[in-house]
Design a protein around this ligand. Structure first.
Ligand code: GDP
Ligand code: FE
Ligand code: FE
Length: 205
């Protein structure tokens, strides 16, 4: 198990302990515990994939920072930052990453674009994702408390190759959304096109 206690890279003005406290204030207990598990899973994936551990820790902790903010807060943030007005047609599942990253930047002082993109893209993925973005996308999906059908295969594929994990999650999530008649955020389709056909032969168990 990889661990990190002290930040040295000045990626946030906060110490790790202070950052953890801010997450604890922002989230209810189950969600707070989820972000700690995502941080740990992200650290292990980062170690295995030669990704900066401090960035993995910060992105893992902060990925759901905005999850429990009000719709009104998100609308205000979309206006304040001049984000795509189409975002207003969506809701919390899409906002908490894409818009939440701006709150992380303004409220927690995290400025690193790779970390912010990892937060932005943790729900829908993106056609192009850095290694850190892939680590956070997968850590959120396979953290130890996740128990949906297919999660063991997702863990196995991710251990073999981060990219295979990304392809598997992307296909499974789209399949799930289609089965439930949910609206598909356009970026989700772009992620699908960029990742799934390429790895299709290798993600079927
Ligand atoms: P969590 O924040 O740790 O619960 O996990 P995520 O941020 O990955 O996902 C939040 C929710 O968004 C999940 O229920 C996903 O199934 C859902 N989601 C992912 N992509 C899309 C999409 O394209 N459209 C919609 N409507 N929901 C999506
Ligand atoms: Fe999330
Ligand atoms: Fe999450």
């Amino acid at each position: 198990m990889t661990s990190i206690d002290h930040y040295t890279e000045k990626l946030t003005p906060l110490t790790r302990d202070e950052l953890v406290d801010r997450l604890k204030e922002a989230l209810d207990t189950p969600r707070f515990k989820h972000v700690l598990r995502v941080e740990q899973t992200a650290l292990d994936l980062a170690q295995a994939n030669d990704v900066d551990l401090e960035k993995a820790s910060i992105a893992g902790l902060c990925h759901d920072y905005a999850k429990q903010r009000s719709d009104k807060d998100f609308i205000k943030e979309i206006d304040r930052d001049g984000l795509d007005p189409d975002l207003k047609n969506w809701g919390n599942p899409i906002w908490h990453g894409l818009v939440g990253a701006e709150m992380v930047k303004h409220e927690l002082g995290v400025w690193d674009e790779d970390i912010l993109n990892a937060i932005r893209h943790h729900t829908t993925g993106a056609a192009t994702m850095s290694k850190l973005e892939q680590v956070i996308y997968m850590a959120d999906y396979i953290e130890p408390a996740r128990a949906f059908p297919g999660v063991d295969l997702a863990r196995e594929l991710t251990k073999k190759s981060l990219a295979l994990g990304v392809a598997y999650q992307t296909k499974s999530t789209l399949q799930y959304l289609l089965d439930h008649g949910s609206p598909i955020y356009p970026a989700t389709i772009l992620t699908y096109n960029a990742w799934v056909p390429k790895y299709e032969g290798e993600i079927n168990g």
